[in-house]
Design a protein around this ligand. Sequence first.
Ligand SMILES: C[S@@+](CC[C@H](N)C(=O)[O-])C[C@H]1O[C@@H](n2cnc3c(N)ncnc32)[C@H](O)[C@@H]1O
Length: 214
Amino acid sequence: MSENNKEYSDEFLLNCRKPVGELGIDVIESMNKSHTDLSLWGLSHLDIKEDDVILDVGCGGGVNIERFTNKTNGKVYGIDYSEVSVAESTKHNQEKIEEGQVEIISGSVSDLPFDDETFNIVSGFETIYFWPDLVNDLREIHRVLKKDGAIFICNEDKKDENLMDRMGDIVNLLNMTVLSEKELHDLLEKAGFTDIEVYTGNDTNYICAIGRKE
Ligand SMILES: C[S@@+](CC[C@H](N)C(=O)[O-])C[C@H]1O[C@@H](n2cnc3c(N)ncnc32)[C@H](O)[C@@H]1O
């Protein structure tokens, strides 16, 4: 999400929160391209080992799942509460699904259908804005992470004094929770994460954070 989205209709933008129908597919195709810079910038901060088992929450069109499979031989899961996102992620990763490396599941961050201590990394790109109960949703991620596992949150926009001038219309339309560096740090801490690092872009409003499960 960014101020550049001002060129889009409200109906198009609302599909960023939960893609549905044909327009949802258009939105996903657009996000797969427009989030590339953010995703590569964010991932440059994350250490991925070749056997890491990874979950991408709010996986959208599934391009970050593909990026993860280029870095690990471990299994990579995607989850999303939009049926359109699940279908598009499945289509995008069809080959790796058939090979057994990728699995895409329908579901919500608030109730992850995984056992405790399943993943080395759980990521969320451009999705935390829409989660219903941040502390509990982050605790749910904490539950499914292995000991020493990492949460990785990556957003195109951070809260600062110019946020509402920059993109107040979109924030209000989509009822987004846009977090400052301190808010993101404190939420992760409250959810039980340690060794929290928050990074921001030099000439962008990008923000990403990594926290560990002790
Ligand atoms: C703006 S899109 C980002 C998609 C993708 N991560 C990317 O970076 O291109 C937000 C995605 O998060 C999903 N999402 C939002 N809230 C969610 C929730 N509570 N549980 C699971 N998925 C959610 C939406 O359905 C949508 O696919």
